[in-house]
Structure formats: C-alpha cells, structure tokens
Ligand binder design. Sequence first.
Ligand code: MN
Length: 196
Amino acid sequence: MTFELPPLPYALDALAPLMSEETLSYHYGKHLQAYVAGVNRLVANTPFAAMTLEKIICTSDGALFNNAAQVFNHTFFFETLRPAPNAIGTELRRTIERDFGSAEAFKAQWLQAATNLFGSGWTWLVQEADGRLAIRNYADADNPLRENVTPLLTADVWEHAYYIDYRNRRTDYLEALWQLTDWGIVEALRIKFAAA
Ligand code: MN
C-alpha cells in the first residue's frame, strides 16, 4: 500500500492568525509530507507494505513506528482543527463535567498536561474502555493506538508546531489550538467509536 499525504480539510491560510500559513505550510506540507514519504520508503519490500497504517503502528518499532505514528498523529491533529469550530455540545459537556468536574477544570488540566510535557510529544484526550475520559501524555511519536482506548483529540507539542508563531510560548500556542478545536468532530469520533 502506498500512503499519501491526507488532504487538509481547510486552506493553508484558513487558521490564521492563530496558526499562520507559514506554520501550516511547513507543518503539513513539509513535516507531515516527510513522515508519509518515510513510511513508504520503510515499508517497501516488507510485510508491512500490505498493512494499514494502524496495523503498522501496532506491530512495528524503531524508525517505521516513528514515521507511521507521526502520520497518524498529524492527520488526527489537523482533522480536529477548523477556522470556525463548533463549541462543546451538550452530551460531550455532560461527560466532561462527570469526569473532570467542569469544562473549565478540563481545559485547565488539558493546558497543564500539554504545557508540562517535557520535550517533544503529544497530549491526547482518550475515552477509556469503561467510557471515562482521560488526558494522557506521550513522548516523541508515541500515541494511544496500542492501548484499549479511543483517541478523541490531540495537541502536538513538538516545537515545530508552534515556534514560527509563538516562539517558546507553548501555552499561548495551546490557547490558540483550543480556539481552533472543533468539538463537533471530537463528539462525532466518540459516537462513531461507541457504535463500533
Ligand atoms: Mn508536528
């Protein structure tokens, strides 16, 4: 299987000024593109060439795992951002209030977890097997796919994600991401996985 750069669901300048065209041009057009090319190069003439991206992530390690996981992570990340995002809906809000106390407490925990992740990595919101929501940090390319949880949202905290627009101010970038996050898409993922 040949992997392709997934389409970006908005124009490169659509998230500006919170996320600039320059950032998206590099982050989507160069970083993600390089990970896609890396997977294709590394699976060539191996049994991995017949697998889905998710299967590769669950069964590989080293450079192939890193490139495949980064394709999944970035695709997921860009997919949940929108220029005019939907707010948190009633059902999701109820679950957030149950599991974090309030929407404000959830946002505070989310920002704190992502701010405190040391070095490069990803902060994920996941739904655990018992239906409870949880925030988890993962280093480098790692993600929750090999665990029995449903991924719902992720924040890329690699410096390449924010250094052009926010320099070292990761928390300012995370606040911008929060404003660009489409909670309708997060809720749709929850419903989709609940029905599966
Ligand atoms: Mn990135």
